[in-house]
Write a protein that binds this ligand. Sequence first.
Ligand SMILES: C[S@@+](CC[C@H](N)C(=O)[O-])C[C@H]1O[C@@H](n2cnc3c(N)ncnc32)[C@H](O)[C@@H]1O
Length: 290
Amino acid sequence: MLEDVSDLLADPVDGTALSSQDGYRSLVSAQGRSYEVCADGFVTLAACETLAHDGDDAQMVADRETFLSQGHYAPFVEAVTQGVHDALDDAGVGNDIAPALCEIGAGTGYYLSHTLDAVDDSRGVGIDVSYPAVQKLTTSHSRVGAVVADALERLPLRDECIHALTVIFAPHNSAEFARVLAPGGSVVVLNAESGHLRELREPLGIMDVEPGSTERIIEDMAQYFVPVQAPQLVEFKMRLDQPSIAAQIGMSPSARHIEPEVLHQRVATLPERMDITARASITRFVRPAE
Ligand SMILES: C[S@@+](CC[C@H](N)C(=O)[O-])C[C@H]1O[C@@H](n2cnc3c(N)ncnc32)[C@H](O)[C@@H]1O
């Protein structure tokens, strides 16, 4: 709930603290800017009325929820949760501090809610630019505060308030990550690698992940962050039936390039069940020692 994370949130215009008004019906800045908390329990924190990006649409969000709820990505969730545990250990976040987590491009809250379950007394801000995603995110966990915001703009978070920030198949904003991370905190990045879903590329006509994408993230982050160690590959097979394959493609960027009817026809030509490769790397970033 927003109440759990309100001390972490900030005005997206000038970064000043927000306080609740009318029992969390709105969040208000010292300058009097007011951000309405909608009946579903999330808030839009944006400097402009129209967001520059729109993120996943309702069908992509529905497909994401269908696919992730089947547990196929469990090794990815475990790797991210382990990364957050390592981050909190390194930051020395102990029993006296409630760990503050944030996921950028949090989607339906699948990863963030698992991590919150695994880290005692933690609370988490989930940020996504997609309204249908944030509607799901709001109810994903009792300790999630859900915010609609563009992660490529100023983040609606106070300076140095987040102990571990996760970015899972989502956009990066290294300058803002550096600003909001508490001293000693980490950014945990899960990024798809070339070969992800390789068995589906040809029959469905979807593009491969460009080789070198993790190296490019490391370069983008290099002004503010260094990796703690080399990216760790997480690779495993998923046994997927046709509806799960359709949901997997429906939640991915390929969904934007293939008409749903065409995808449906191509999926119908596949075997009833297939063993599909999932392949991503996890990298934990920290600020370099001064
Ligand atoms: C591939 S999905 C990953 C979602 C989630 N991390 C997961 O793995 O289940 C990317 C997410 O980033 C969101 N997104 C895209 N551009 C964004 C932006 N500029 N700011 C915030 N979120 C964004 C999308 O709406 C979508 O929910």
